[in-house]
Write a protein that binds this ligand. Structure first.
Ligand code: RTP
Ligand code: MG
Length: 139
């Protein structure tokens, strides 16, 4: 299994609930290393660009509005099989469908306010990491 990097975002709902540390602990316990991190307030343009892949979807407006509703904690996770490992830790998009013990099952309130984002593939991870951390040297 290869060492990979993935982008993780702790979304405004989880930052507001003061559970950044609890969520980061799960990444650490799973053997993922935090190799870059920052707390940022996204602008509307940032959020629209970041989620551009969804711009034709009916939920796009609500998604952007939610992502700019407060600060987010953005981090790059590194480790074996990091992309899939992070998605497994997160659980399903809709917290009602997320497996018990996953981040979304434990901290998310709804499909909109769903606590975390994680890159879904190697190519998107690369683009998303460069979006937030252009200065980070590649693996
Ligand atoms: P994310 O990109 O945030 O990690 O979430 P994801 O891969 O699990 O889900 P994705 O399909 O990429 O959707 C991005 C975000 O849009 C919201 N969404 N709402 N109302 C809906 O049917 C719906 N579907 C997606 C969610 O907040 C999701 O995280
Ligand atoms: Mg996604």
């Amino acid at each position: 299994m290869a060492i990979e990097r993935t982008l993780s975002i702790i979304k405004p709902d989880a930052v507001a609930k003061n559970v950044i540390g609890k969520i980061v602990s799960r990444f650490e316990a799973a053997g993922l290393k935090i190799v870059a991190a920052k707390l940022v307030q996204l602008s509307q343009a940032d959020a629209e660009q970041f989620y551009a892949v969804h711009k034709e979807r009916p939920f796009f407006g609500d998604l952007v509005k939610f992502m700019i509703s407060g600060p987010v904690f953005v981090q790059v996770l590194e480790g074996e099989d990091a992309i899939t490992k992070n998605r497994d830790l997160m659980g399903a998009t809709d917290p009602k469908k997320a497996a018990p013990g996953t981040i979304r099952a434990d901290f998310a309130d709804s499909i909109d306010a769903n606590a975390v984002h994680g890159s879904d593939a190697a190519e998107t991870a690369k683009v998303e990491i460069a979006f937030f951390f252009p200065e980070l040297k590649p693996l």
